[in-house]
Design a binder for this molecule. Structure first.
Ligand code: GLY
Length: 375
């Protein structure tokens, strides 16, 4: 199986390697100076985490694991403090390294620990979700959540490398795979129409095939776009904002759902909303708005949300922006692959757009396990 290498130049140069059975590439990425390695993994990946640790030991490295909570529970200051304690008690020096194994929450937390230990040590990400592969592990954003909000504390800390081993997707629940693909479709709309063609031309089963060519091409194309965007705007002073397409309403839905919805499911609704806004303010052709619904529904992703909660969603969107010291801004398309950040002076436009996606009854998106919500 061939290995694809995509280079990133954002806060340092590093490769993203895509393929299968890639763990053998770790020593080269770690470099000759690392003696100790901390593998940070969530509870759900205990067996894989221990396998990685044992492989590293076989290679002569002093490897240990730190098991942390699953998903967003990981992004807590107490979890970071636990990792700092492990590093301190094991005498990790500046030349030692961290490996994160897991989804976006693990690379966010592990990247933050690496960025802060001794003012910055090496980190290598091994993402095990589609979302982690195409988004969270690339670009050096790290962070934890506080009582005041998500990702308010963090830093930009580029990894030494990213290993995208498609074999890790074999055990990923199907709804995780498809919600991760929402970010892939996002990348298609903002920058790479070939992604949209691939989704349109193949069946859901073909797209989900871990050993098939479609999923690999979708992932590689998305990584290439992300690598290019962050390489031109590492600290998000301009172009990187396009990666937030669909996230303005998406974040508000996640907040409303108390983070029980998958990020990609919320972004899916957010993209349809953004397309409806763009139809009004950027003359986005109706066919492109329709294409959003067609492709996202094909993947089983939600394209609408509760009509009755608009005032709460608007409040959250305004608060989110206030926390970042700006007006309500959205990434909007004037066509496929033609995104721009637009300030929204008149929120009545948003209300009109929301009426196009508002649904009468609450829905449970993708996977019965998401029906945990308190209503
Ligand atoms: N997830 C968006 C970014 O990395 O900028």
């Amino acid at each position: 199986m061939t290995v694809t290498r995509i280079d990133v130049d954002a806060g340092g140069s590093y490769p993203v390697l895509v393929g299968q059975g890639l763990l053998g590439q770790l020593p080269e990425l770690l470099g000759p100076r690392a003696e100790k390695v901390l593998v940070i993994h969530p509870r759900a990946l205990r067996t894989t985490g221990e396998t990685v640790r044992d492989d590293l030991r076989t290679l002569g490295l002093d490897a240990i694991v730190a098991e942390i909570p699953d998903a967003e529970e990981a992004k807590h200051i107490q979890v970071a403090a636990f990792c700092w304690q492990v590093l301190g008690q094991s005498d990790f020096t500046r030349t030692d390294a961290i490996i994160t194994l897991g989804g976006g929450a693990v690379s966010d937390l592990g990247g933050f620990v690496a960025a802060t230990w001794l003012r910055g040590i090496s980190v290598i990400h091994i993402p095990t979700t589609v979302l982690g592969m195409v988004d969270a592990s690339i670009g050096g954003k790290t962070g934890i959540n506080t009582a005041e909000g998500k990702n308010l504390v963090g830093s930009f800390h580029a990894p030494a490398g990213v290993l995208v081993d498609l074999d890790t997707l074999r055990t990923l629940p199907e709804h995780e795979l498809f919600t991760g693909l929402a970010e892939v479709v996002k990348t298609g709309f903002i920058a790479d129409p070939a992604i949209l063609d691939l989704v349109a031309e193949h069946s859901k089963a073909e797209i989900a095939e871990v050993d098939g060519p479609v999923l690999r091409e979708l992932i590689e194309r998305s990584i290439a776009v992300k690598a290019d965007v962050v390489s031109t705007d590492f600290k998000e002073s301009g172009r990187r904002e396009i990666l937030n397409y669909g996230h303005t309403l998406g974040h508000a839905i996640e907040h409303k759902e108390r983070y029980q919805w998958r990020h990609g499911a919320a972004v899916s609704v957010g993209m349809v909303f953004a397309a409806e806004v763009a139809a009004m303010v950027k003359n986005l052709p109706t066919e492109v708005v329709d294409l959003h619904r067609e492709l996202l529904s094909k993947l089983g992703l939600p394209t609408g949300y509760r009509a009755d909660v608009w005032p709460q969603l608007l409040e959250t969107m305004k608060r989110d922006k206030k926390a970042r010291g700006s007006m309500l801004r959205m990434v909007l398309l004037s066509d496929i692959a033609a995104p721009a950040t637009v300030e929204i002076p008149d929120v009545s436009i948003l209300h009109t757009a929301y009426q196009e996606i508002g649904e009468e009854s609450p829905r449970v998106p993708l996977g019965g396990d998401l029906g945990l919500r308190a209503k």
